[in-house]
Design a protein around this ligand. Structure first.
Ligand code: BTN
Length: 266
């Protein structure tokens, strides 16, 4: 996208949408990371529904302090959320975001699947990622930053050689350029729908919809956490969105965080 018009186009776009959750856009042509900026704004008192969006990120961040490569053509945004829920409920928000992103991608006829907890993949390759960061003080949730990166119109050859074979983009899969603003509107609208479910306490519904779009359950998996590697069968997710695995030695484990690898793809 033309860097000189990115900001203007988002500002025009923002005036034309009507999505309850979305209150304001803070737009950058280039930024280090939209999550970092959104966090600063939230700390300065910016309210729920503020979206920080950038054409390019110079230091995009992924889960577990990884780099999120963010060239021109991708969608990079972070939304400030301030749900009135207890902090332990926020473990469901990555699933909420994954539902919004994968249903939007599916509108393009691609069979996007969610790999626990929130990797969105097409044809076994990652097409979108979600990074949730929250601030809790004295068991009170102050804010949540929901960062979403989607490989929209990116030539996969632009990614580093380490990443190239593991990722894809919408334009690569569809062989056409996708309308950035249409995708953005559809995704924010889907997020509004699933976030409303979350606010209304419809947690079972979120989990059951997540299960219909995920390809993780009933699979042999390898879970890599900061301290452990677990081999077993992923058989369910609980009401917090944690993965339930029966290990090869027959133990039942609840996985709260970690990388989930599919044995069939190792
Ligand atoms: C992951 O799968 O590791 C999560 C990737 C999240 C990337 C997005 S892009 C917008 C926002 N800003 C960041 O620095 N990261 C998130």
């Amino acid at each position: 996208m033309n860097e000189h018009t990115f900001k203007e186009k988002i500002l025009v776009f923002s005036k034309g949408i009507n999505i309850d959750l979305i209150k304001k856009f803070v737009v950058f042509d280039e930024i280090s990371s939209t999550n970092i900026k959104a966090k600063e704004l939230a700390q300065d008192g910016e309210g729920e529904g503020t979206v920080v969006i950038a054409r390019i990120q110079k230091s995009g961040r992924g889960r577990f302090e990884r780099v999120w490569e963010s060239p021109d053509g991708g969608l990079y945004l972070s939304i400030i959320l301030k749900p009135d829920v207890s902090p332990d409920k926020t473990t469901l928000l990555p699933l909420v975001a994954a539902l919004a992103v994968s249903t939007t991608i599916r509108k393009y006829g691609l069979s996007a699947a969610i790999k626990w907890p929130n990797d969105v993949r097409v044809n076994k390759k990652k097409i979108a990622g979600i990074l949730l960061e929250s601030e809790v003080i004295e068991n009170q949730l102050c804010y949540v930053i929901l960062g979403i990166g989607v490989n929209l119109n990116i030539d996969v050859n632009l990614f580093s050689k380490e990443l190239k074979d593991a990722v894809t983009s919408l334009s690569h899969e569809l062989h056409v350029t996708v309308d950035y603003h249409k995708f953005l509107e559809d995704m924010l609208s889907a997020l509004d729908t699933y976030y409303t479910m979350f606010i209304n306490g419809e947690f079972d519904r979120i989990i059951s919809e997540w299960k219909t779009l995920s390809d993780t359950l009933d699979r042999r998996v390898k879970i890599v956490t900061s301290s452990d590697e677990i081999l077993g069968n992923a058989y369910d997710v609980d009401s917090s969105g944690f993965l339930l695995v029966v290990t090869d030695s027959g133990k039942h484990k609840k996985i709260m965080s970690g990388d989930c690898l599919y044995f069939s793809e190792l």
